[in-house]
Design a protein around this ligand. Sequence first.
Ligand code: SF4
Length: 74
Amino acid sequence: MAPEHGIDGSIDRAVCVGSGPCFVIAPGAFALDLDMKAVILDAASETEERLLEAAAECPTQAIYLSKNGSSVYP
Ligand code: SF4
């Protein structure tokens, strides 16, 4: 059963360098598109902890997480 943390994500594609590790840490939530930039898949398929870890490990700080319209990360 999917976690019901209510967190959603967005990617600043201008700074994403397509390197991972977001899609390695949380493959249900992040993937690369044909432009080799990250996109959000289904944030609810990953735990809050994994989403936060993925955001924290992004080398360019391209991942933004929010919950009910309020920033969770950064
Ligand atoms: S970790 Fe950051 S820079 Fe790397 S693919 Fe994911 S969003 Fe892009």
